[in-house]
Write a protein that binds this ligand. Structure first.
Ligand code: OAD
Length: 254
């Protein structure tokens, strides 16, 4: 049977102990979540600096909340796709498997992945900028306009990383560690241009991992990857899972 995967990639995955998937917006494209860049991307229609920064929030919290409330509604109505589900099955193949995601849509967790590090936060969470208390999506969406904290009356914000903000310390540290011990890193559906997140697949490769990219288009990472698999993750990942599961069970028997 013909396969889009090289023998080198299949051998690396068959022998791997630790595999890390690094995911971006393209991972959720087949679920109906628009990506950020490209002709139909979110940043082609909206200005990032007017919606996704603390200064934008302080200047016009109502506008920022209008946008996030709409995104929350859209994301709550969509479902994980075949790519997310393939990564859930993949976690059962390796003793050490983690997902490092730039996505805030919670779809990896909703699909059933258990080891997920979130570099840019999660749109299903919120917190008070005054006292830090968490607030549920139901709680914030039930309020009209800018939601306020039930505990102290402070303004609530979505728990997502905005431009100019630090990445969550724990998730970052765990991600760096996972990348450092990875035998294989799969970079999936990301343009690989937003730092510091984009440095992580490069770190994995520097530390000896086999780096494979899954994307319908080339990215800056394509030139350094050991393998570039061209296509949508919802098609590529289930096929990759099938091949790797078969070769790992075969190699265990002999
Ligand atoms: P981008 O929108 O920059 O890139 C999406 C990538 O997904 C592109 O390389 C597409 O070619 C690819 N793609 C599209 N459809 C795909 C499919 N079906 N399967 C696989 N790949 C597909 O999104 P990110 O790289 O995630 O940050 O962007 C990184 C960060 O920039 C985001 O986390 C966000 C954004 O500004 C913050 O909000 C802090």
């Amino acid at each position: 049977m013909s396969t889009p995967f090289s023998t080198r990639l299949l051998s690396a995955l068959t022998a791997a102990r630790c595999v890390v998937a690094f995911t971006g917006a393209g991972m959720s494209a087949e679920s109906g979540v628009p990506t950020f860049r490209g002709t139909d991307g979110i940043w082609s229609k909206f200005k990032a600096e007017e919606l996704a920064s603390m200064s934008a929030f302080m200047k016009n919290p109502a506008l920022v909340w209008e946008w996030y409330a709409e995104r929350k509604r859209v994301i709550s109505g969509i479902h994980p796709n075949a790519g997310h589900l393939a990564l859930v099955r993949m976690q059962g193949l390796f003793p050490d498997f983690a997902i490092v995601t730039q996505n805030i849509d919670n779809l990896h967790q909703r699909a059933g992945s258990t080891m997920v590090y979130e570099l840019h936060g999660n749109i299903e969470r919120n917190y008070c900028i005054k006292c830090g208390a968490p607030a549920s999506n139901d709680e914030v969406l039930a309020q009209h306009g800018v939601p306020t904290c039930a505990r102290c009356g402070g303004t609530i914000r979505p728990d997502v990383v905005w431009f100019g903000e630090m990445l969550p310390e724990d998730d970052w540290r765990h991600s760096e560690r996972a990348m450092s011990r990875a035998d294989v890193c799969l970079s999936i559906g990301t343009s690989g241009i937003v730092y510091p997140a984009a440095s992580l697949p490069l770190l994995a490769k520097q530390q000896g991992a086999f780096l494979a990219e899954v994307n319908p288009e080339r990215t800056p990472l394509s030139d350094v990857a050991d393998e570039v698999i061209t296509g949508p993750s919802g098609v590529i990942l289930p096929a990759l899972f099938d091949q790797v599961a078969a070769s790992r069970s075969h190699s265990l028997q002999y």
